[in-house]
Structures are given as structure tokens and as C-alpha cells.
Design a protein around this ligand. Structure first.
Ligand code: G
Ligand code: G
Ligand code: MN
Ligand code: NA
Length: 257
């Protein structure tokens, strides 16, 4: 496709950017982690969303090269923050990895080389994978075990929206559950809407996993999540994805403890 060909050119001409969204820890308000998200600054079309070009790059295979560039950029940025900010630096950077990258032999070796080159300790990196990407098993699960052996953290993204959520937790190494925005959206509505968000925090605690609630847009949602036991929150309420996030303490949430 035309867009597919343009992705090749965009890589060569440096049109991709990585932006970073804070993941805030409660009750401190500290930015405990950031998620790296890719953006395409297209000279004619303006800002193109990854929703439009990541699937194209997955189909034509360029996601491998693009994904490696994103990983390298994010790891170097994280290493810079650690040098410049010291204690104020986030503990971890989270990078989205697509099914196609995960299915490659040698992906874990690439990750090992990139973090070594950046001088980043492995636990400072998390890879975000979707349930769908690991559902098929095979090399994707082999790769996750290799990453886990390196000390890299593994986050299950959009958790609760795939086909095999709970079963996957028994077969795949996972450190972090990213509870999908759809369960956060309804949490303050009357009725039974908080039940799933509550069940998911209990599953994560029971399995010794960290849980991140995604897509938090209001103070009321943040407070409701905190009451349910969520300690890591991400969403526009705390900060949008930006090139240069503010790592100062967030006072944006009133908490009970
Ligand atoms: O940042 P949002 O901004 O619009 O991202 C939209 C979608 O694109 C999400 O599903 C997100 O996971 C995906 N995405 C964003 N950045 C990356 C990336 O660096 N790599 C991959 N594989 N997907 C990404
Ligand atoms: O699939 P994944 O969870 O990686 O994608 C994250 C997507 O969600 C990105 O597009 C990111 O920009 C977007 N996002 C992050 N916080 C919020 C939020 O509070 N509200 C909405 N609508 N989108 C958000
Ligand atoms: Mn993600
Ligand atoms: Na998500």
C-alpha cells in the first residue's frame, strides 16, 4: 500500500517520535513508570496515529525495524533520565511490542543488546504485549520466557479484552496486568460496574502481580480505583503522552490513606 511504502521513507527520514505517558503511584503521586508510545509526524498528513500505521507496519514487516527503533529510543531516553534525575527518575519504562516482533527468534537477543548499549538495567524495562499476541503460544511464549530470564518485566496490555485472559496467567510469565480502559470507564457508574475492576485487582494481588489501571480520565475514577486497591494509575487525568513528561509529584488525587 501507499502508506506501507511511506513507512519505509519515514524511517529513513526520521519522521517517527516517541512520547511518554506517566504511570502514577498512589498515594505518593510519584511517577513510578512511563509508557512509550510512537507518533508519526507526517510532512503532509500531520500527526498520524499508531492506530493507522502500526497495523500496516505489522502486515508489511516493517514493525520489526520500527519496533527496534522505538525500543532503542525509549531505552536511551530512560537511561538519560536515570543519569539526569537520579531518585526522581521513574523505576521503569514500558514499551509496546507487537505480535510479529515477539514471534521472531532472536527478539530477546535484540532486547539484550539494546539495554546493554543503553546501559539500562533489565528490570527498568517492561515489554507490553497483548493477550492476542501470546494466545497462539509457540515462539511468542518462548520469547517471553527469554525476556523474563534477562530480567525484563512483562506486562499484559489491554487485560480483560482478549480471548484467554485468565488461562494465560497460568502459562505465560507475567509481572504486570494492565487493566483495560473499558473497566475504568464504567467504574463510577451506579450498579455492578466496579465488579470486574475489583475482581482483576484481587487476581493480581493473589498472583503477586502489579496492576496498572489504564485510561483514568477523572478524579472520581482515580478515587474509586484507589478504594478498590489499585496503586498504579495511568490516563489523561494524570498526564497525556508527551515528549518531555513532568516527573514532579502529582497532587491530582485525593486518597484515603
Ligand atoms: O498512543 P495511542 O496513542 O494512540 O496508541 C494507539 C495504539 O497504538 C495502542 O494500541 C498502542 O498500544 C499502539 N502503539 C502505540 N505505540 C506503539 C509502539 O511503539 N509499538 C506498538 N507495537 N504499538 C504501539
Ligand atoms: O493499547 P495501549 O494500552 O498500549 O494504548 C494506549 C492508548 O491509550 C494510547 O492511544 C494512549 O494515547 C491512550 N490513552 C492513554 N490514556 C488515555 C486516557 O485517559 N483516555 C483515552 N481515551 N486514551 C488514553
Ligand atoms: Mn500499552
Ligand atoms: Na492498553
Amino acid at each position: 500500500t501507499r502508506l506501507g511504502g511511506e513507512i519505509r521513507l519515514a524511517l529513513d527520514h526520521g519522521q517517527f517520535r516517541v512520547v511518554y505517558q506517566p504511570i502514577v503511584e498512589l498515594p505518593s503521586g510519584r511517577v513510578a513508570a512511563v509508557e512509550a508510545l510512537v507518533r508519526w509526524e507526517h510532512p503532509q498528513r500531520g500527526l498520524v496515529s499508531p492506530v493507522d500505521f502500526v497495523p500496516v507496519a505489522e502486515r508489511n514487516g516493517l514493525i520489526v525495524e520500527l519496533g527496534e527503533w522505538i525500543l532503542r529510543t525509549a531505552c536511551h531516553q530512560m537511561a538519560t533520565w536515570r543519569r539526569e534525575l537520579g531518585e526522581q527518575a521513574p523505576d521503569r519504562i514500558s514499551v509496546n511490542v507487537s505480535a510479529r516482533q515477539l514471534a521472531r527468534h532472536g527478539f530477546a537477543a535484540t532486547v539484550a543488546a539494546v539495554i546493554a548499549e543503553a546501559g539500562l538495567p533489565a528490570p527498568c524495562l517492561a515489554v507490553e504485549v497483548t493477550e492476542t499476541a501470546v494466545f497462539e503460544g509457540g515462539q511468542a511464549v518462548v520469547t517471553l520466557n527469554e525476556l523474563r530470564d534477562l530480567g525484563v518485566r512483562i506486562a499484559l496490555d489491554d487485560f480483560g479484552t482478549g480471548h484467554s485472559s485468565l488461562n494465560l496467567l497460568q502459562t505465560v510469565p507475567v509481572d504486570i496486568l494492565k487493566v483495560d480502559k473499558s473497566f475504568v470507564d464504567t467504574i463510577t457508574e451506579a450498579g455492578r460496574h466496579a465488579v470486574i475492576a475489583e475482581a482483576l485487582i484481587q487476581v493480581s494481588h493473589g498472583l503477586g502481580l502489579a496492576a496498572v489501571a489504564e485510561g483514568v480520565e477523572t478524579a472520581a475514577q482515580a478515587e474509586a480505583l484507589h478504594r478498590l486497591g489499585y496503586r498504579l494509575l495511568q490516563g489523561y487525568y494524570f498526564g497525556r503522552p508527551v515528549a518531555d513528561p513532568n516527573f514532579a509529584l502529582s497532587t491530582a488525587v485525593a486518597t484515603q490513606d
